[in-house]
Design a protein. Structure first.
Ligand SMILES: Cc1ncc(C[n+]2csc(CCOP(=O)(O)OP(=O)(O)O)c2C)c(N)n1
Ligand SMILES: [Mg+2]
Lengths: 338, 414
């Protein structure tokens, strides 16, 4: 075991799969010589060469489109989009092509592209460096969507994503690259070395996609969340002094419905939290799923805590971010309901 | 043996520790490129896309047909605006380092592009800047206090706290809202120019992207639409040699100039010494005349150098030689214009030092005023309620509810 932050864990995952499988290549803006603006690919070009860790022109549609072709021709591209906010020029290639290639060719063609993208707010990035666009991708059929909340999960899930023959969009919550974040920007930041999720085996391991993890166990309430919000929910639960299951779904598609069902059947109450805007956010899907699966067990309406339905504002970052106070208000509401 | 294809990976001529090498830059002598009449068809002036229009030579003397023959007053005003832009950048860079603003991007070394072009255009012409065109805002009399308040996200922020620093706009001065997404402004500028032509008006538009951003599809959309409709627009590529850590070869600059990108569509391309204010002015005036009088778009490539880091989040010593700017053959635009003025007997070292001090003071005074309207941590704060305004023209019910929810949480009466 080694202490790693999320950047190092991602780097380690990339290093191991590249070492194991010579068909894996990395492709993206500033990923090569420089090692990426967040340094996730640091040292990899020096180790694997310019033909396997390739700097790309600034054209997300070009990167994803050519990655599809690279993948069709037998290589396994791991694409980095510098910020999730800049994935949109590549959307047509993702939606119309990458997601549907296998289906439209009667199962004959596929391209095992993994698209990595740092997402989420909390770094004073304003509306072009803070977005959480994961829900857009979950609405597509044919693509998997993943978001880890610890270095340990990031490494294991990224390895599975790269090895998956289906395309995967892998979101990395950049606010927790260097340490867990409980939603309070005024507290000094905590490094991953102080968190069990920062203990990461140096060797190869993988975590299957489609398996949620129960981060904390309790019996009064089920909190369903992912990404940075896992840590915020933990802090809120400890402040609220209640006994709650906190479920980190980790993979949005495929979704581990069974774990959600078992938890909500046990607790009878459910709160869903994510950073993205609420309306048509992934919480809507989670809420509908829980309702369908657990309706007769529910003792209160399902509560959703999410970003407001505005773009991500620069000055009001901490008024926008659904922090502990909003989760606690949500907890009160769902607990007080008859 | 038949040779096999091999992936070509563009490599910059120098990395940290190497001696800077600009031998790849094709240069022309100042005054060597002929100035065609502005009505000349694109196909007859393709040379302009490959040569380099220069007016000022290494001694600071103006040469050739492209000399715009600006008055002494115009030259001094251009110098003042460039120095002011540089001083503004310097102050904002420093206050970012002190944690007073969250982020900043300098235009160090590229000041002649914004100032030279802004001066050559009319105030009714619509500008779609990139994030490195602060000079255009300064030139069009956006008050420094307003620019600083935007960077501070304070109570006088024109963006009402919604945008990162430098994402300015100035509607009155016909300066469009700067976008953080690369290249998006390019087709928008073409559309603005199309509307001008549809309405039969005289005004033209202009837009700017970096060398790296030319790879984005929006760049190509813009060229196609501008060519198809012969839109009255000036499209500028500011080739400062770098796009964060990747050099201009990664945007396809290794084999052909960026100015040549328009030729395939019949758009004239002009490659200009972007650090030569006179040449920038002259080329812009020429392109503006073309556009205004119905001869369509022009693509201008400004050859310059990004003198500073990409942004305050960047450390260029990781990917390029520290002394690369010193070796850049086209020098520093401020020094070159100053040298020209001195040579012409209009200016002296003392006056230059005085100007620099004066601009430094102007910037400092503006800063002192700007912080009285609040900073991220001190002084008056924006009312968080305005976060919910302007999403739509009228606030929908869901946002009213969310605003109320937030007020309740914060214990504020709404
Ligand atoms: C669509 C999009 N992709 C990526 C980015 C991240 N990014 C910001 S600036 C930049 C480099 C741009 O280089 P260039 O166009 O040469 O302009 P310069 O910064 O040199 O002025 C990149 C990759 C972005 N802002 N938007
Ligand atoms: Mg550039």
């Amino acid at each position: 075991m080694k202490q790693m932050n999320m950047i190092q864990a991602i780097n380690s995952a990339l290093d191991l799969v590249m070492d194991k499988d010579p068909s894996v290549i990395i492709f993206g803006e500033d990923v090569g010589y420089f090692g990426g603006v967040f340094r996730c690919t640091d040292g990899l070009q020096a180790k694997y060469g310019e033909h396997r860790v390739i700097d790309a022109p600034i054209a997300e549609g070009g990167i994803i489109g050519s990655a599809i072709g690279i993948g069709v021709n037998g290589l396994r591209p791991v694409v980095e989009i510098q910020f999730a906010d800049y994935i949109y020029p590549g959307l047509d290639q993702i939606i119309s092509e990458l997601a549907r290639l296998r289906y439209r060719s009667g199962g004959e063609y596929f391209s095992p592209v993994t698209v990595r993208a740092p997402c989420g707010g909390g770094i004073r990035g304003g509306q072009t460096h803070s977005q959480s666009p994961e829900a857009l991708f979950t609405h597509l059929s044919g693509i998997k969507t993943v978001m880890p909340s610890t270095p340990y999960d990031a490494k294991g899930l990224l390895i599975s994503s790269i090895e998956s023959n289906d395309p995967v969009v892998f979101f990395e919550p950049k606010r927790i690259y260097n340490g867990p974040f409980d939603g309070d920007p005024n507290k000094p930041s905590i490094p991953w070395s102080k968190h069990p999720g920062g203990e990461v085996p140096e060797d190869y391991y993988s975590i299957p996609l489609g398996k949620a993890t129960v981060v904390e166990e309790g019996d009064e309430l089920s909190i369903i969340t992912y990404g940075t919000m896992v840590h915020v929910a933990q802090a809120a639960v400890s402040n609220a002094g209640i006994s709650a299951d906190i479920i980190d779904i980790r993979s949005l598609v495929p979704l581990d419905i069974e774990t959600l069902r078992l938890s909500v059947e046990k607790t009878g109450r459910c709160l869903i939290a994510h950073e993205a805007s609420r309306f048509s956010g992934f919480g809507a899907e989670l809420s509908a799923t829980v309702q369908e699966e657990c309706f007769w067990h529910l003792q209160a309406p399902i509560e959703r805590v999410a970003g407001w339905e505005t773009p991500y504002p620069h000055a009001f970052e901490w008024d926008y971010f659904p922090g502990q106070e909003r989760i606690m208000a949500g907890i009160r509401k769902v607990m007080e309901a008859a | 043996m038949t040779p096999k294809s091999r992936l070509h990976i563009p490599r910059p001529p120098a990395r940290p520790g190497d001696a800077p090498d600009f031998s790849y830059l094709a240069l022309s002598q100042a005054g060597a490129v002929a100035r065609p009449d502005f009505t000349t068809p694109a196909r007859e002036i393709e040379n302009l896309a490959h040569e380099l229009v220069r007016v000022l030579d290494d001694e600071g003397v103006a040469n050739g047909e492209w000399d715009p023959e600006l008055s002494k007053e115009q030259l001094i005003e251009a110098l003042r605006l460039m120095v002011l832009t540089r001083q503004f950048d310097d102050r904002m860079q420093r206050v970012q380092r002190q944690g007073k603003i969250s982020f900043y991007m300098q235009s160090l070394g590229e000041e002649a592009v914004s100032i030279g072009q802004g001066m050559a255009l009319e105030s009714g012409d619509m500008l779609f800047p990139s994030y490195r065109n602060q000079g255009l805002f300064i030139l069009r009399n956006t008050s420094l206090v307003d620019l600083m308040c935007q960077c501070l996200s304070n109570t006088r922020d024109m963006c009402k706290g919604r945008q990162m620093p430098i994402m300015y706009h100035n509607r009155q001065a016909n300066l469009f809202s700067v976008s953080g997404n690369l290249g998006t402004q390019y087709p928008q500028a073409v559309g603005w120019a199309m509307a001008s032509a549809i309405k039969g008006e005289d005004h033209i538009s202009a837009s700017w992207v970096g060398d790296g951003s030319t790879a984005e599809s929006d760049f190509h959309y813009a060229l196609t639409f501008a060519a198809v409709y012969q839109a009255p627009v000036i499209l500028n590529v500011v080739n400062n040699q770098w796009a964060i850590s990747t050099f201009q070869g990664f945007a396809g600059g290794e084999r052909r100039s960026f100015a040549a990108r328009g030729l395939g569509l019949g758009i004239p391309g002009v490659r200009v010494d972007g650090n030569d204010l006179l040449a920038v002015y002259a080329v812009t005036e020429w392109a503006a005349q073309r556009a205004r009088q119905g001869h369509g778009p022009t693509l201008i490539e400004h050859v310059t150098y990004r003198g500073g880091a990409h942004s305050t989040s960047d450390d260029p010593s990781r990917y390029r030689p520290k002394d690369e700017w010193d070796a850049f053959p086209l020098g520093d635009p401020v020094k070159r214009l100053k040298q020209h003025l001195v040579k012409a007997g209009h200016w002296s070292d003392e006056q230059q030092a005085e100007l620099e001090n004066e601009m430094k003071e102007v910037v400092l005074d503006a800063w002192k005023e700007a912080v009285t309207y609040g900073t991220m941590t001190e002084g008056p704060q924006l009312d968080m309620r305005i976060m919910f305004d302007d999403v739509y023209e009228e606030m929908p019910e869901n946002l009213k509810r969310q605003r109320e929810q937030l007020m309740e949480l914060r214990g504020v009466k709404s």
